[in-house]
Design a protein around this ligand. Structure first.
Ligand SMILES: O=C(O)CCC(=O)C(=O)O
Length: 301
């Protein structure tokens, strides 16, 4: 095994928060993103929704709810939002977020990819239980998703739910009928889904969840939108087992620390996400083949 490079001095997280992350596999930190940044993210996102009226099928930017229309634009997701607008790109390099990940890992930090999950009021689709690790196993487990709460998020408007301690459990089977679906068949898993908790916070809070934590969440049946900007990061010394590495992009995404030529290897449970899903483009599409559903679908009316 390699060794971590960190200084050992915490910059932004408390030792209690680090302990909570280690035990539960996720934390929420309030008041990280400034109100003016949240206001800008909301306005920019509203513009994207407006422009989606002209869109009739999933594309590189938009993942659509099934009854999206020009008259009533309904987005499930804005894909790779940092590529399309600087307001999102700035959030990728938010100093608090980078420092928090350094605190957790004691290594440099590399950015991976982002998505903005919309869960629109009265509709937003559920996501079945899954572990991000099932999609992208690496040489070590220091990967996390940082969720920026653009709206107040609570149990009513479809907060993500996570199973405490599940990041210390096995890698679950995410296949159904022999195909990788990116979702767990809860009737076949030994995970305790009844212990799951909602990951809630006011707008401007961030969540951080571990790559192996089991998480998912219900449809948003409330009258309030739930926009959640999810940014994926990995430690500078973790390398993907399967992903194609574009060298220029890989280097450009190293936000802090030195390039590492010797991946840190850990003995971890891994399952490969194969055979590939029948439906590609987003996790929502991948999960279409998972016929055993835990969360009720959103109403289509
Ligand atoms: O939007 C959510 O509540 C969960 C997001 C998630 O797990 C994902 O997009 O993989």
């Amino acid at each position: 095994m390699g060794t971590k490079q960190g200084s050992g001095t915490l910059q932004v997280l408390t030792s209690e928060q680090i302990e909570q992350y280690a035990v539960a596999g996720f934390i929420v930190i309030p008041d990280v993103i400034a109100p003016e940044d949240i206001a800008e993210l909301r306005a920019v996102t509203d513009d994207f929704v407006e422009r989606s009226r002209a869109v009739t099928a999933h594309d590189d930017v938009y993942d659509l709810e099934s009854n999206h229309s020009a008259a009533r634009p309904l987005l499930r997701r804005i894909k790779t939002p940092d590529r399309w607008h600087p307001a999102y790109a700035r959030m990728v390099r938010h100093p608090f977020i980078i420092a928090a990940l350094e605190d957790l890992w004691g290594t440099g930090v590399r950015y991976q990819v982002s998505k903005l999950n919309m869960k629109v009021a009265g509709y937003g689709s559920p996501l079945e239980w899954h572990q991000d690790w099932a999609f992208y196993p690496h040489t070590n487990e220091d990967l996390a998703v940082v969720g920026i709460m653009i709206d107040d998020i609570d149990e009513e408007n479809g907060a993500m739910m996570a199973v405490p301690g599940s990041h210390r459990g096995p890698i679950e089977d995410h296949s159904y009928d022999g195909v990788f679906t990116g979702g767990i068949d809860s009737t076949k898993s030994s995970a305790d889904f009844t212990s799951a908790v909602s990951v809630c916070g006011t707008a401007g809070s961030i969540s951080i969840h571990h790559v192996r934590a089991i998480h998912g969440g219900p449809a948003n049946l409330s009258g309030r939108d739930r926009r959640y900007l999810l940014q994926q990061y990995r430690a500078s010394d973790t390398w993907p087992l399967m992903e194609h590495v574009d060298w220029d992009e890989w280097r450009a995404n190293l936000l802090t620390g030195d390039e590492v030529w010797t991946p840190r290897m850990e003995a971890l449970p891994v399952r490969l996400p194969l055979p590939e899903p029948t439906h590609g483009g987003s996790i929502y599409e991948n999960q279409r083949d998972l016929k055993s559903r835990y969360f009720d679908d959103a109403p289509t009316g």
